[in-house]
Write a protein that binds this ligand. Structure first.
Ligand code: CMC
Length: 429
């Protein structure tokens, strides 16, 4: 039986150390004993971008990036996308198991009953400029919710956590719709409790003067499926922000605001907005080879391609690509689709992309669907943030219940100047 340990020889001192290996990892703190002398702090692991550092144990989401596998709590994403609903998946992520019928009904009712926001949120929204980015508005208003619910600071009270989680899942669509309507100068639409989660979101976005808004069931179902696909993705940038900020024991509204801000970046959730800009800039299929050449020369990135974890087709992209046809049957075909298909075709034959294992990720096709549904690109990241809130809060709960977790505080390798004395301005060279 091989030993579950690692033997390290420090060639600076000739000393040997045996470090236990558990679940395929050594503990970084075990490196601290490896010192070259009495003044040595101990060996650190240097890992910018956390390429090879596990910061937690988790039982929520499993990804095999080489095989293109994604599972929530063990359930394959393909099965959940086809057979579940977003609210059921949110429950699964948060509680660890699929709900029974009674639990599901109660959860759906609870979320439906918490969709309203305090009237003062409207006044708060008035302060944003007419052209404010909806993600900025969303992050600002979700953070402001912590001031409306001071009980949210009681994070070690499990009942309080349940209430805040329900509020977050319920109110994110409301805040998102309000941020959109603010940016187009439309009055805010009230939630409609007769509708499903995504139907109600469409109602709050698009309702004009009709007494009851009737969402298109195919579009509502497609959005629900997109929400399932975006609900969690283990330790990505925004989830890491959620865990880092949450580790300071701040309330969950503030931590979700931090995660939302991290999601906004073009290398993360902002990528689908960037994909649409890229496709519009390319303009036609004929211009694709020239654009690919630019990418290969390092002048541009092929947005919506590549992933830190997936070194194969992103399974979410496969599902979204298939779904696109159903949506386009209702909305009409997005003319940018042909450019996207041509980009994918050429890239997947090109050694630059093949050798680097760069495949379409979740953002490559999602923007095309959102645009065909009538969303402006500035709303795309908002559409990511709503379902990802389920993942963020599930990861936050796991963090709080993990006895090993401490406030996040990485080390650094200081390479700056050695101690030196202050010189008054007139005597400086
Ligand atoms: N276009 C062209 N070259 C790329 C791309 C791309 N989209 N992505 C990676 N590369 C190249 C990169 O230049 C590097 O080449 P070299 O080895 O010659 O220096 C190599 O591939 C490895 O890339 P990396 O930047 O070291 O990989 P990473 O794991 O740090 O980056 C990524 C992952 C997603 C940030 C990156 O692939 C990227 O910038 N993609 C475009 C933005 C995007 O689509 N983001 C959405 C990610 S999925 C949704 C989400 O998680 O939010």
């Amino acid at each position: 039986m091989p030993k579950e340990s690692l033997t390290i020889t420090d060639n600076r001192t000739g000393k040997q150390y045996e470090l236990p290996v558990s679940n395929g990892a050594i503990r970084a703190m075990d490196l601290r004993q490896i010192k070259s002398g009495p003044d040595d702090f101990g060996l650190l692991a240097y890992d910018p971008g956390f390429f090879n550092t596990a910061a937690c144990n988790s039982k929520i989401t499993y990804i095999d990036g080489d095989k293109g596998i994604l599972e929530y709590r063990g359930y394959p994403i393909e099965q959940l996308a086809e057979r579940s609903t977003f609210l059921e998946v949110a429950w699964l992520l948060i509680n660890g198991e699929l709900p029974n019928k009674k639990q599901l009904d109660a959860w759906v009712t609870d979320v439906t009953m918490h969709t309203m926001v305090h009237e003062n949120i409207k006044k708060f929204l008035e302060g944003f400029r007419y052209d404010a980015h909806p993600m900025g508005i969303l992050a600002g208003t979700v953070s402001a919710l912590s001031t409306f619910y001071p009980d949210a600071a009681d994070i070690f009270n499990s009942r309080s956590r349940e209430i805040q989680i329900c509020r977050l899942i319920a109110k994110m669509p409301t805040l998102s719709a309000m941020s959109y309507r603010h940016s187009v100068g439309m009055p805010y639409a009230l939630p409609d409790n007769q509708l499903s989660y995504t139907e109600n979101f469409l109602n709050m976005l698009w309702k004009v003067t009709e007494v009851t808004y009737k969402p298109n069931p195919i579009l509502a179902k497609a959005l629900d499926m997109l929400f399932i696909l975006h609900a969690d993705h283990e330790q990505n940038c925004s989830t890491t922000a959620m865990r880092c900020v949450g580790s300071s024991q701040v309330d969950p509204f503030s931590a979700v605001a931090a995660a939302a801000v991290a999601l906004h970046g073009p290398l993360h959730g902002g990528a689908n907005e960037a994909v649409l800009k890229m496709l519009a800039q390319i303009g036609s299929k004929e211009n694709v080879p020239a654009f690919i050449k630019e990418v290969k020369s390092g002048k541009d990135l092929l947005m919506g391609f590549g992933h830190r974890v997936y070194k194969n087709y992103d399974p979410r992209a496969t599902i979204i690509k298939r779904m696109a046809e159903q949506v386009f049957d209702v909305t009409g075909r997005n003319p940018l689709l042909d450019i996207a298909l041509e980009l994918e075709r050429i890239a997947l034959q090109d050694d630059y992309f093949v050798s680097r294992k760069l495949y379409p990720n979740v953002d490559f096709y999602s923007g095309l669907i959102y645009q065909a549904m009538g969303f402006p690109p500035s709303m795309f990241t908002v559409l990511f943030a709503i379902p990802r809130t389920a993942g963020w809060v599930a990861q936050w709960l796991e963090l709080l219940e993990d006895k090993e977790q401490k406030i996040a505080r990485p080390r650094q390798i200081y390479l700056g100047p050695k101690r030196r004395d202050y010189v008054p301005a007139e005597r400086r060279a």
